[in-house]
Ligand binder design. Structure first.
Ligand code: NAD
Length: 498
């Protein structure tokens, strides 16, 4: 189609095609006939050029005072504020979640930009007394070098900015590869960086599939890697990174539980479950995928969730009144549909949904009905594996202790929620649930940009994004000793008699 745009990579401040000249398509998952554009199918050669450009830019950028780097991030936030609705519209067209959600995605990026600006004036080290006389001890932060950023498609602007903004604020330069399912959103983000005056080479964009990501992982001059995606891909690239001693931060899958106890406000719980399980079509790493509910309120809550879920309007997210968009692609549709067979075989009941959604303008998209599985037990695959779709598995429990045990009985540990009126239970959940995030009387989703974000077990590898903690990932600590005694002072020796 002659009027379909062809987009490019951004390397060293220039928009360029892939070395191979090959491209791939991005299509609207709600209307497959709507072609968003053609994007470069990049490979190792493109990555090598981008890394070279990032290395070249590193020295001048690391020597730019951090508050100055922060001023550029302020401009980034200002431009994103101006373009918020426009960028959100493009994101919805490309990855499907409704416009009100993609606006939230851009807002999170704006918040992250302004937070990064303030960090330009507070990249603190520590000043600590020395054990010797006339000696001064402190730590300072140094940037690491070239950082490779590889992201998933479901938060195609917010999640890349969780990585890119702290990375460049700290004085690093980056090579960013968005998901092949959201290349246009990644491109719009990089365009903002260019327009805000980020110097050439500081942010480089490489479009493409897993092979382009793998080339970033394998490049010997990429000093740090930050990855958001599936636990399978994360495990593979963590091994590759370890072999060449690269620093790596991993944010991966989830199987997030919401516990609802018999003393909970059921209206509140129902609202949180609808938003947590069916918002973003269940395609959030923090989506509520398990409802662990006390037997005394099980039937009533299931009934209420079912009634409310039936009111959700599916459709193209840029149309007014749409609550839930499509799944991202055919593979996701096949995966979620396949889990319906798994649920039946394992003995669960499909109490609601369970089918591809069709009719009413949905046939050209990857829509799936909001689904509720009841009679689920903790050993079933639908209680243990990440489905990444609008599917809520309901597990009945008899006590709070059992609820915690079931909540922890999965390989993942990202987000979690507890609905209760009992303050003791609330604090026990904060202490005992194995997850990076616990919400009390709120859904499993709702991260704020200035708070730490990340998970335990198969969800993460100990690092956090968001807030102040992410700056520890993007900086190296240098320990500095300044001896002004004028003589040799041997620590642990000269300051002890024997
Ligand atoms: P994915 O693992 O298939 O892909 C993620 C990214 O990795 C893409 O850019 C992809 O091109 C790239 N990639 C694939 N193979 C690679 C390789 N061998 N080397 C380097 N890069 C490679 O994941 P997805 O399907 O895009 O995203 C969904 C997953 O992401 C879910 O599991 C979800 O829970 C997770 N996720 C986690 C978080 C979090 O913060 N914990 C946030 C969003 C999504």
């Amino acid at each position: 189609m002659p009027d379909t745009p062809t987009f490019q990579n951004y390397i060293g401040g220039q928009w360029v095609d892939a070395a191979s000249g090959q491209t791939f398509e991005s299509r609207n998952p709600a209307k497959q006939s709507d072609l968003v554009g053609h994007f470069p199918q990049s490979g190792a050669e493109d990555v090598a050029r981008a890394v070279e450009a990032a290395e070249k830019a590193f020295d001048a950028w690391r020597l730019t005072p951090a508050p100055k780097r922060g001023e550029i991030l302020k401009r980034v936030g200002d431009i994103m504020t101006e373009r918020k609705s426009e960028i959100a519209h493009a994101m919805t067209r490309e990855m499907g979640k409704p416009h009100f959600e993609t606006k939230g995605d851009v807002q999170e990026a704006i918040d992250t930009a302004y937070y990064a600006m303030t960090m330009g004036r507070q990249l603190f080290g520590h000043t600590v007394p020395s054990e010797m006389t006339n000696k001064f001890n402190m730590t300072v932060r140094r940037p690491i070098g070239v950082c490779g950023l590889i992201t998933a498609w479901n938060f195609p602007v917010a999640v890349p900015t969780w990585k890119m903004f702290p990375a460049i604020l700290s004085g690093n330069t980056v090579v960013f590869k968005p998901s092949e399912d959201a290349p246009h959103s990644g491109m719009l983000l990089v365009q903002v960086m260019e327009d805000a005056g980020v110097p050439p080479g500081v942010v480089n964009l490489i479009q493409g599939a897993g092979a382009a990501g793998q080339a970033i992982v394998d490049h010997p001059d990429v000093a740090a890697l930050s990855f958001t995606g599936s636990s399978e891909t994360g495990a593979k690239i963590a091994g590759d990174a370890a072999r060449r001693h690269a620093r790596i931060s991993l944010e991966m899958g989830g199987k997030n539980p919401a516990i609802v106890m018999e003393d909970a406000d059921l209206d509140l719980a129902m609202e949180g479950l609808i938003w947590g399980a069916y918002g973003t079509t269940g395609q959030r790493c923090t989506a509520t995928s398990r409802l662990i509910v006390h037997e005394d309120v099980h039937d009533e809550l299931v009934e209420r969730v079912q009634a409310k879920a039936a009111e959700l309007r599916l459709g193209y997210g840029n149309d007014a009144g749409v609550d839930v968009g499509p799944l991202i692609n055919q593979k996701a549709l096949d995966k979620v549909s396949g889990y319906m067979d798994v649920a039946r075989e394992d003995g669960a009941t499909i109490a609601m949904g369970g089918e591809r959604a069709t009719g009413d303008g949905l046939d050209d998209g990857f829509f799936f009905q909001p689904t509720l599985l009841t009679g689920v037990t903790r050993d079933m695959r639908v209680a243990r594996e990440e489905i990444f779709g609008p599917v809520l598995s309901v597990i009945k429990i008899k006590s709070f202790d059992e609820a915690i045990e079931v909540a922890n009985d999965v390989q993942y540990g990202l987000s979690s929620a507890l609905y209760t009126a009992d303050i003791s239970r609330a604090f026990r959940a904060l202490r005992d649930v194995d997850a990076g995030i616990t919400y009390i009387n709120g859904p499993t989703i709702g991260a704020e940009a200035h708070m730490s974000f990340g998970g335990v077990k198969a969800t993460g590898n100990g690092h956090r994004e968001g807030g102040w903690e992410v700056y520890d990932f993007y900086t190296e600590t240098k320990t500095c000793y300044i001896d002004f005694s004028g003589g040799l002072q041997r620590a642990q020796i000269d300051n002890y008699d024997d």
